[in-house]
Design a protein around this ligand. Structure first.
Ligand SMILES: [Zn+2]
Length: 264
């Protein structure tokens, strides 16, 4: 897809998938791609599920429009910041997938070592601080995270994923939303069993990767900050949600009270 017509067609296709999968509603979300000295953006104010190739806006690498009947995405500043910080990135996808955005609204990152495939493809998905959408604030809020992560949650807003091409950026968005949904199901079932440091190391070893050195989030080096948090590094590694019925809870309280009475 390394041609302008190919890029335009692929942006239209990714927009269609984002809308069909309900990762965006109404006129939400935006997509961009880099080709040579130009960027290609979805237009502002349109539903991304029904774009035509001529709706795509061509800009220079600074985001200045060079061709197009519409204006580029209102979140162009966020995209520009990602391209500036990551020369290896050629596509950016921003959406509001509901489960992942639920995490972003709850102020929770998707950063635990829970699923091998997510660990290998994306590592940790951190939560960027809240910033006013469409402003320069967004670029500032993601600045420290972009070099070390390929997908971010944006507090009280949504998510952004990026990669070497449009397909990989979109798949990261799909994987993070799927991961969020699975994490929520695990929480509803009562607990998340986080993988151990050793399990994560062995997983990385299957791909000949040695960057995982473990440690707590404080001691972890920047190079390894993309790794997910293993069980040992969690604040309370054995913390699990325990579900009791009312009568079971009263029984426990009764036992404690009668034990205290016997001792006094
Ligand atoms: Zn948004």
């Amino acid at each position: 897809m390394h041609s302008e017509p190919g890029i335009r067609e692929q942006i239209v296709e990714i927009g269609r998938r984002l809308y069909a999968n309900k990762f965006i509603a109404a006129r939400d979300g935006n997509i961009s791609a880099r080709l040579g000295e130009f960027l290609y953006f979805t237009p502002t104010g349109m539903c991304k599920g029904f774009l035509k190739t001529e709706d795509i806006v061509k800009t220079d690498l600074g985001g200045k429009k060079v061709e197009g009947i519409r204006n580029p995405s209102s979140e162009a500043l966020m995209h520009l910041e990602i391209y500036r910080l990551r020369p290896d990135v050629y596509a950016v996808v921003h959406a509001h997938p509901p489960h992942a955005t639920g995490y972003a609204v709850a102020g929770m990152a998707l950063d635990k070592a829970l699923l091998p495939e997510v660990i290998l493809t994306m590592g940790r998905i951190p939560l960027a601080e809240y910033s006013t959408p469409t402003t320069e604030e967004v670029a500032r809020a993601i600045r420290d995270l972009v070099p070390y992560h390929d997908a971010l949650l944006l507090s009280n807003h949504g998510a952004v994923a990026y990669g070497e091409d449009l397909e990989s950026a979109y798949f990261k968005m799909e994987t993070l939303e799927h991961f969020a949904l699975i994490s929520i199901v695990a929480k509803i079932l009562g607990r998340e069993r986080v993988l151990s440091e050793d399990a994560v190391k062995r997983l990385y070893a299957t791909q000949g990767r040695s960057e995982y050195q473990g440690g707590t989030s404080e001691t972890r080096t920047l190079r390894t900050s993309g790794c997910p948090i293993p069980a040992e590094a969690l604040e309370s590694p054995s913390e699990e949600t325990l579900t009791l019925t009312k009568s079971e809870l009263f029984q426990v309280i009764d036992e404690i009270v009668s034990r205290v009475r016997r001792q006094s």
